[in-house]
Design a protein around this ligand. Structure first.
Ligand code: HAM
Length: 436
């Protein structure tokens, strides 16, 4: 029978790799909570019209990348991103009526039927955040600066921020017309995709990597010449704030993003280009002041971002502990098993991560397993130990051993094992390597 495999572009994360995910996820949760963001969890499955309305029906995501199906006549889609669901939840629970500003973060899998390659998957994990109710450029600057600090601390090398403003919906309508007017006489030289986009979503042509598209765009009008006074002021204040924060950035008037909901500020953060390639963006985000209204709610401004976790893990050299447990209890012979179980429970209750090896194999093979799990101590219980009412405590690093009464053995091991375990989020983040 052929082996059943995971769906293409959807990857298993085995326990050896999960430690690095946890380090990043905990660092993110800590960073967000320090800035007053609270975690929100929204469903993986939402109604298809939510994404069509929020993201835009001429975007690549909606046109060709959504996993959509009907269930009992209801059109459903596996979420391709987190912003639409967050805005839906914000509105559905009338959060706007309860608090003037809402700061949410989220972490979870997203689904897009893209062509899989390094750093691009069909199921991928995003760490994201949304601010509802704060229209000011200070909000944009605070979040961008916070992200730069988060990435630098991981660390991710070569972090660079690109910002742009695409103004309001009116601005974009006027710019779209000007761009179409400019590109139409050059349409013959455009790539196949861009020819199609000229009629559907011309702004996306600005994003094209195709050489002939780039040539055709060389003298294209800049969106900055179409911004109204309020848009311009928002953008210039954002730049002033970033300057005051000494957060380096570049302005790229050609920066557009693949989702149609953005207004005014757009930004992307790249890093570790040697590992990721220059085309891969780590973080994408911006302002989307019209989404809550477009979903049937009141006028509420919004700003947010999402980070691709897999890309972040490629970009960062962050390490996690390879120590699975602190101690193993080694019963030698079946008679030692029950006392070993009692000892193991006492160790766990004292905060020591421990495993009891009940395979009934030789001392040598049990100690080999203890080493492979990274155990610092082996607590050996054989006939002679049981006859004397003691436990042999072997320090695996120092290669020394002592015979102690069981209670004393538990206390000694617990006192020796570092208090920092994989369950203490901040400590693991700060101290990403094992202490000597
Ligand atoms: P996005 O630019 O589509 O924005 O995705 C954000 C990040 O998710 C990307 O920069 C990338 O790191 C990661 N990502 C996207 N697609 C894939 C993929 N197929 N495989 C691996 N990683 C991927 C959004 O999703 C917006 N919801 C961000 C946002 C929040 N804007 C406002 N609020």
């Amino acid at each position: 029978m052929p082996l059943l495999r995971a769906v293409k572009g959807m990857n298993d994360v085995l326990p050896d790799a999960i430690g690095r995910c946890h380090v990043v996820e905990r660092a993110f949760a800590e960073t967000m909570s320090r800035a007053g963001f609270r975690e929100v969890r929204t469903p993986y499955l939402e109604s298809t019209p939510l994404f069509v309305r929020a993201i835009g029906d001429t975007t690549d995501v909606v046109e060709k990348e959504m996993y959509s199906f009907e269930h009992h006549g209801e059109p459903l889609t596996l979420r391709p991103e987190g912003t639409a669901g967050a805005a839906r939840a914000y509105l559905e629970h009338s959060v706007h009526a309860k608090e003037p500003v809402t700061r949410w973060w989220y972490a979870g899998p997203m689904f897009r039927a893209e062509r899989p390659q390094r750093g691009r998957y069909r199921q991928f994990f995003q760490l994201g955040a949304e601010v509802f109710g704060d229209p000011g450029p200070g909000c944009d600057a605070e979040v961008i600066d916070m992200l730069v600090g988060f990435l630098a601390a991981l660390p991710v090398p070569g972090v660079s921020v690109v910002i742009n403003s695409i103004g309001s919906a009116n601005t974009r309508q006027r710019y779209r017309e000007a761009l179409v007017e400019y590109l139409t006489p050059r349409a013959e030289t455009l790539s196949h995709d861009s020819k199609r986009r000229l009629g559907t979503n011309p702004l996306r042509i600005l994003d094209s990597k195709d050489e002939s598209d780039r040539e055709a765009l060389a003298l294209a009008p800049s969106i900055h010449n179409f911004l109204d006074e309020d848009d311009k002021e928002h953008f210039s204040k954002l730049c002033t704030h970033l300057d005051a924060l000494r957060t380096p950035y570049t302005v790229d008037p050609r920066l557009v993003r693949g989702l149609d909901y953005y207004t005014r500020t757009l930004f992307e953060i790249k890093g570790a280009e040697a590992e990721l390639g220059s085309g891969s963006t780590l973080v994408g985000g911006g302002r989307y002041d019209g989404m809550v209204r477009d979903l049937g709610g009141p006028e509420v401004s919004a700003f947010g971002f999402a980070i691709g976790l897999e890309r972040l893990l490629i970009a960062s050299k962050i390490e996690s502990s390879t120590r699975v447990i602190d101690a193993v209890v080694v019963p030698l012979g079946r008679a030692a098993e029950s006392p070993a179980l009692v000892l193991g429970r006492a160790l766990r209750n004292a905060g020591v991560r421990c495993e009891i090896d009940t395979r009934g194999t030789s001392l040598k093979s049990q100690l080999r397993r203890a080493t492979s799990l990274g155990a610092r101590f082996a607590l050996i219980l054989g006939d002679s130990e049981m006859a004397e009412g003691v436990v042999q405590v072997k320090n695996m690093d120092a290669h020394s051993q002592v015979r102690l009464a069981p209670d004393e053995a538990v206390q000694t091991v617990a006192a020796n094992v570092r208090s920092i375990t994989d369950d203490s989020p901040h400590a693991t983040w700060v101290e990403s390597k094992e202490a000597p």
